[in-house]
Ligand binder design. Structure first.
Ligand SMILES: [Zn+2]
Length: 509
């Protein structure tokens, strides 16, 4: 079978996609602290490349609506969200017990504007899901999102709130089944855990496994209860190259698309799986990484593209710029245009960088074995009764139709379009000073209006509530049959070799 694997009537890339791109000009100003490898500045660098390559004019550029407490609480515990909202660098010394309880302080430090940062990146992902749900775009992009390690009541691996889980919950309002694919070098543990016992969300994570953060993601972890076979893990070893990676990615994803038939796909594009990443140990080129985007795009299913890890920030910006081009169906020049961060990209000033000559520890027999195991898992789904893929939750489990919902969503959409960046105008003044906020037309809604929109748009009860019954019971300590069975593994492995001397060695993310 050919592995072009697309379902487009007019060929793999015969149709232009309408792309919505979420970006907040403030996001690059958040700072985790000296020596910390997570640098939100990379999002601003990506944006600058998009602007100077002329890609912004091909898509709708939107400033995300900040997620509100109640939006975050659709997944996260109230007391955790309250804590994130209230903690500051100045007050954290008085909150040591809380810091420990919520795993905030070291890898996930308290920094100025932390809660606003969370609101911003989560708002972009949920906003993208809303746009997709309404058919207002084919692909939504939020490079500030993709923070896949955050848990219901705990920060983890540089992640505080799990924007991916929130976006999937939003997509589940409209779609019976949602597929999550994760190509970050780290296991997508937070998302897997959230949906471990449901068959409405399939999670597929490709990651380094073995003495590596977060320690989960064994090939034998496949979901539980109704979710059995709906969590898939592809464990990989150091030095994997483009060809080896695609020899798994394409056949596995082709089969996933065939048997799961998702209504929407969320692709976490963590760039720490690229060659030369500060914390990573894979050997993917940007084109190899982007091939995953190209392939998932080819199915012509509503697609949410998110960021994630990525710690050699010049390569992160290169990668996400190129992948934005892939989303748009535009092939961008290798020669980089002059822009305010040009000096980061010397000496070649090209978009693409050659992978290294590091050893690929993933032998062919090992890869064949992994692929065979995963295709075997998927064959169990293929032979499942077709009703498994047809059924809808009984009406009694569905919320009452909320007449305000459509209005609210329309208002949300209006609200977004009020904030459209006027991307066709020359943006030089803004680009020379990325902190200039006039790039975005500020919303004019009053506080109470915003509150109503957020509540009505994001707080609507959904048919997905059943998903959390199992999780809630698990977190109360009861061992229900549907309980997630993940074992929490403390992050102990250090990737010291990739950290400059004298800096903190971060094991993560
Ligand atoms: Zn990562």
């Amino acid at each position: 079978m050919e592995t072009g694997g697309n379902s487009l009537p007019s060929g793999p890339d015969g149709v232009k996609r309408k792309v919505n791109y979420f970006y907040d000009p403030e996001v690059g100003n958040y700072y985790y602290g000296q020596g910390h490898p997570m640098k939100p500045h990379r999002i601003r660098m990506t944006h600058a490349l998009l602007a100077h390559y002329g890609l912004l004019q091909h898509m709708q550029v939107l400033k995300p609506f900040p997620a509100r407490d109640r939006d975050l609480c659709r997944f996260h515990a109230d007391d955790y969200v309250t804590f994130l909202r209230s903690i500051t660098p100045e007050t954290q010394q008085d909150q040591l017990r809380q810091l420990k309880r919520f795993n905030v302080g070291e890898d996930c430090p308290v920094f100025d504007g932390l809660y606003n940062f969370c609101q911003t990146y989560a708002g972009g992902s949920v906003g993208g899901a809303v746009k997709l749900n309404h058919g207002l775009c084919d692909i939504a992009i939020n490079w500030a999102g993709g923070l896949h390690h955050a848990k219901k009541c705990e920060a983890s691996g540089f992640c505080y709130v799990n924007d991916i889980v929130l976006a999937i919950l939003e997509l589940l309002k409209q779609h019976e089944r949602v597929l999550y694919v994760d190509i970050d070098i780290h296991h997508g543990d937070g998302v897997e855990e959230a949906f471990y016992t449901t068959d409405r969300v399939m999670t597929v994570s490709f990651h380094k496994f073995g003495d590596y953060f977060p320690g989960t993601g064994d090939i034998r972890d496949i979901g539980h209860g109704k979710g059995k076979y709906y969590s898939l893990n592809v464990p990989l070893d150091d030095g994997i190259d483009d060809e080896s990676y695609q020899s798994l990615f394409k056949p596995i994803m082709e089969k996933v698309m065939e048997v799961f038939r998702p209504g929407a796909v969320v692709l976490q594009c963590g760039a720490d799986s690229l060659s030369g990443d500060r914390l990573g140990c894979f050997n993917l080129s940007i084109k190899g990484h982007a091939e995953c985007v190209r392939y998932m795009r080819s199915f012509n299913v509503p697609l949410l593209l998110l960021g994630g890890g990525g710690y050699t920030i010049r390569n992160v910006a290169r990668c996400w710029c190129y992948e934005t081009g892939v989303a748009l169906g535009v092939e961008v020049d290798d020669k980089m245009p002059q822009h305010e961060y040009y000096e980061y990209f010397g000496p070649d000033y090209t978009l693409h960088v050659a992978p290294s000559n590091m050893e690929n520890k993933n032998s062919r027999p090992l890869l064949d074995d992994i692929r065979a195991k995963l295709l075997d898992y998927l064959s169990k789904l293929q032979h499942a009764p077709s009703i498994q893929f047809q059924e809808r939750p009984p009406d009694t489990e569905l919320p009452e139709a909320n007449e305000d919902e459509d209005d609210a969503n329309e208002r949300w959409d209006d609200h977004d379009s009020d904030m459209e960046v006027e991307e066709r105008k020359p943006m030089l003044s803004n680009l020379q000073n990325p902190r200039v906020k006039r790039e975005i037309v500020e919303p004019e809604l009053k506080e109470e209006d915003q509150s109503a929109i957020a509540e009505n748009t994001l707080g609507i009860d959904t048919a997905s509530d059943d998903i959390f019954c199992a999780k809630a019971s698990a977190e109360m300590g009861s061992m229900s049959i549907e309980e997630p069975v993940n074992v929490k593994v403390e992050p102990e492995n250090l990737n010291k070799s990739s950290d400059p001397p004298g800096q903190v060695a971060y094991p993560k993310i």
